[in-house]
Structure formats: C-alpha cells, structure tokens
Design a protein around this ligand. Structure first.
Ligand code: NAD
Length: 433
C-alpha cells in the first residue's frame, strides 16, 4: 500500500511527545476500575526491554549516514512480543514505549498468545531511494540481531513500512541463522508478501477490521450505514482499506487528509479512483480532480457522521475535539485521540471505538500468518476472512457488553478486559524467584 518514495511532506512535525502520558492515563484509569493488584500495576507500568541501536549505512552517494533505530518490548506475560516497525521522523523512545504498551493491551484483548512491542527508525523515507531504504532496513535488522525472533519478538508493518520492508527483514534475519534453521525462521516478521510466506488478506486485515467494528456498532445501535458520510485521516494501508469496505456498504467518503494535504467533496469521493490517483501522484491525495483541496487545520470539523483517524497519534485533542461533527470515531491509528480530547467528546455523547479494539484486525491477521508459517500451511483468502470475522466479533461483543454492564466507555472497557487477562497470568505464575 505505502509507496516508499513520497513527495516532501508539507505538514508540520506532528507532536507525538506525550503519548506515554496518554497511554499511562488510560491504563491507570482502567486499573482503578478493576482494582488491579498493586504489584502487577508496577510491572505493567514499565517496559521490559528498550533496545536503541545506532548503525551506519552506505548511501547511494558513497557517503555513510548513521541512523537510530528503536525496539521497545513492553511485556511478554502472554507470549512473544508483537508489534510494528515505523519509519517516521517522530519515532523516538517515548513514542516507541507508548506504542509497545498499546500492543500489549491489544494482543491481550484479542485473546492472542502474544505480548507487546514496537519500534522503528527515526527518518523521513521520502528522502531516500529504494535501494537506500533496503540497506537501512537490512542493517537495522542486523543491528537488532537476537533481540527479535519468531518465538521472541515478531515485528510487522506500520507507518511507512510495508510487505517489501518485511521481506527484507525476513531475508536478512534468515541469512544470519545457521543453514539448517534458515527457512524455519520465516515467521520472524508478519505482513510479508504473499509469495514469501505472507498471508492472503493480511494487507486488508486492519482496515477490514476497522470496517467490521463500525458495522458491529451500527448493528448494536440500529444505525443504517448506507448513506452515512465518513472522513478518513491517512490514506495508507489502514485508511484505504477501511474506506474501501465502508464504501461497499453504501457509506460515502467526503473528505481525506494525508501527510501532504486535505481534500473534500460532500457529494462523495470514489475510493478506488482516489487510490489510483495516489499511485500516479507519488502517494499523495492533493489536487485529486474530483474534490477540492481543503484547509488542513479544519479537517476534523468537516461535516460527516463517522470519522476514521488512520494516520498518527495525538491528532484529536482538546483544541479540535469541540469542532468534531462525527458522532462515531473509529480509531484506525494507534493513539489518535488524547485523553483531554476524549473527555470532551465523551461528554458530548460521541462514541469512540478504541484503537486496541478497532485496529486489532491487523495483529489478528499477523497471528494467522505466524500460525501458517509455523505449521507449514497455506491458508485461502475466504478461510482467513471467515476466521477474522469471528475473532473481531468476539472482541467487539466482549467490549461492548462489558461497557454496558459496567456503565463505562468502550476504551475503559477494552483496557479492563485486556489488563485482567494479564493479571490472571501473573497471579497463576507468581514472580520469579
Ligand atoms: P501507511 O504508511 O500505510 O499510511 C499512513 C498514512 O498517514 C499516509 O496516507 C500518510 O500520508 C498519512 N499521514 C502521515 N502523516 C500524516 C499527518 N501528519 N497528517 C495526516 N496524514 C498523515 O500506514 P498504516 O499502516 O496505514 O498505519 C496508519 C496508522 O494505523 C498508524 O497509526 C499505525 O500504527 C496504525 N495501525 C496500522 C496497522 C497495519 O496493519 N498497518 C495495524 C494497526 C494499527
């Protein structure tokens, strides 16, 4: 989905600082609700391991550049660390810690045998050629060495990384193993291309999961999706696929924002036309002929029913929350709504389907890919979709029903369920020694 060479971003640097504060407030609020054991609260409040690597890469010019890469492993009480790798200028230790923590709650909520991890490289990929990005990725994998592994820590795609990035990581990792172990290590990453151990349908799993969550919510609240207007921030892997499925259901895409600008057409933007246009416009939506370029700062105030933030964290804040027209926010991105923004929205009766539930189709798809590789199987697309439907429905129902029973918002409900599962594992096992 993501093209690795993109026009220079016109947008301001997005303030990801404070993401850790956000996730800790969400965690503590749920921990208070379930009266989490104080010792387990202490354990879950901190990350297990934080790996920072500095590594040299030869550029096309022959010069050497030094890069900084991160991998934060938050918790593995339920299984190997699992989470994406992001290539973006805003990647730093705070963002990696927060995103790793969200992964722990997400995998737990989905009932997967995984913990949470996240990482990436602080860079702007639009400044590098494809062969430079390949060398950067391979050298990063080499620098991470045994800190990742198919039974230890399993990365996946995230912002500005894709199936090609995963293929380079898998190939590099396998090349560093003893000959007899090489092919058995293919599941060191998920989100690979389908010719290289990837899962049919993994590309759409996250966006499809976002769509399913909206559909389940609509069914519970007797809302007809046909004719509903929606806006999407981020038209990459998650934003595109979520739009694709919502449009098929009869909803109308009326505005899109990406790193380069915003467009709006209240009569509707055809998702496939926009997708084709971005391919010929270096990944950007700007100047799409069937819409007007719009004010980037007024994007969230666009007239619509459903808002899908599917780009970066900290996008919905106390500044723009009061202007939001949507009555449903379906979080495709991780951490798009900060705590202050969320409080204002909840007071106004806006429903938020939280990231750890809403975008969990991606990690569920990754789990299927990991199982497929581990068992030497090849799954068909219809089988993948049927399994994904079932898993997403189970998670949505659990969160929705718990929230109704306990009289709480969907995020707190999702966090309570996720944290309880980890608490149970610690109570059963105890703390070594
Ligand atoms: P992507 O790289 O495919 O797309 C990112 C999109 O966001 C692009 O359209 C980009 O132009 C846009 N964007 C970047 N900066 C922006 C800004 N400042 N303002 C507006 N738009 C901006 O990435 P993706 O894989 O679609 O991931 C998007 C979000 O979804 C991230 O928060 C990621 O953590 C989350 N997520 C992704 C997956 C997955 O499977 N890919 C799974 C779960 C969650």
């Amino acid at each position: 989905m993501t093209t690795m060479t993109k026009p220079k971003e016109k947008s301001k640097k997005v303030p990801l600082r404070g993401m850790m504060e956000n996730v800790m407030e969400q965690f503590n609020s749920a921990a208070d609700h379930i009266d989490l054991h104080p010792n387990i609260r202490k354990i879950l409040s901190i990350t297990n391991n934080e790996i920072i690597v500095h590594f040299p890469v030869k550029m096309d010019s022959g010069d050497v550049e030094i890069f900084t890469g991160y991998r934060v492993q938050h918790n593995n009480a339920l299984g190997p660390y699992k989470g994406g790798l992001r290539y973006h200028p805003t990647v730093d230790i705070d963002a990696a810690r927060a995103l790793a923590m969200w992964m722990t709650w997400k995998t737990s909520l989905a009932g997967l045998p995984y913990g949470g991890g996240k990482g990436g490289i602080q860079l702007d990929p639009s400044k590098y050629s494809q062969s430079e990005l390949e060398r950067i990725t391979r050298r990063f994998t080499f620098a991470l060495a045994d800190n990742i592994g198919p039974e230890h820590d399993i990365p996946a795609p995230d912002v500005n990384t894709n199936s090609q990035t995963m293929a380079w990581i898998a190939d590099t990792y396998m090349s560093t193993r003893p000959p007899a172990e090489r092919t058995a290590n293919q599941h060191v990453v998920t989100g690979k291309p389908d010719g290289s151990g990837g899962l049919e349908g993994r590309d759409r799993a996250t966006g499809y999961g976002v769509f399913l969550n909206i559909k389940f919510w609509a069914a519970r609240t007797n809302v007809e999706l046909k004719g509903k207007k929606f806006i999407v921030q981020g038209f990459g892997n998650v934003g595109y696929w979520a739009s694709h499925f919502l449009e098929k259901e009869g909803a109308k895409l009326v505005a899109v924002q990406d790193a380069f600008g915003s467009i709006e057409n209240q009569k509707g933007i055809t998702v496939e036309d926009l997708f084709e246009y971005t391919k010929s416009n270096k990944g950007s939506i700007v100047d799409f002929p069937d819409a007007e370029n719009a004010d980037k700062d007024a994007f969230f105030a666009t007239d619509c029913d459903i808002c899908i933030p599917a780009a970066l964290g900290n996008q919905i804040t106390k500044e723009n929350a009061p202007t939001i027209k949507a009555t449903l926010i379906a979080e495709g991105a991780n951490g798009p709504t900060n705590v202050e923004g969320e409080q204002l929205l909840l007071k106004r009766g806006v429903t938020i389907i939280p990231d750890i539930l809403c975008n969990s189709g991606g990690v569920v798809g990754s789990y299927f890919e990991w199982l497929q590789n581990r068992n030497g199987e090849l799954w068909q697309l219809d089988e993948v979709i049927a399994k994904l439907d079932k898993k997403m429905k189970e998670s949505f129902d659990k969160v929705y029903e718990y929230s109704e029973r306990e009289g709480m918002d969907l995020r707190t409900s999702a966090f309570c369920i996720a944290i309880k599962r980890i608490e149970k594992a610690y109570i059963q096992r105890g703390i070594f020694p």
